[in-house]
Design a protein around this ligand. Sequence first.
Ligand SMILES: [Zn+2]
Length: 142
Amino acid sequence: MENEKNIIQDLIRRAMKAREYSYSPYSNFSVGAAILSESGKIYTGCNIESASYTPTICAERVALFKAVSEGERKFKMLALVGGPKNGEKKTEEIVSPCGVCRQMLYEFGKDLKVVMADNEEKYEVRMLEELLPYGFGPDNLI
Ligand SMILES: [Zn+2]
């Protein structure tokens, strides 16, 4: 699984880079994400906030939407990193995707690996289906 570890660490590095572009002046909570498509391409995203709050979008959906808008439909893995901008964490917990992002990712497959990272060495991997059990997806409408 050394190869998978390399892929995971590459995604984490890219998510950390994307996090630098976070536009989060209201929450001061910056997040970066990177998603690996089945085609092998990687798309990144950061959270982007709005003064009217509700249009705000998470890093995971920015990465996903960039990929989908370029024709991607199947994904292998997504990594995310995040926390307060000043770097002071209240807990040791890693950041996990919000419910909306879990739902949107579920749209494109429940067998996505989600890497929730603190850094390249400290991370947890969960299947999307574990993060969104009994999810409602495209199969439910057929
Ligand atoms: Zn989200």
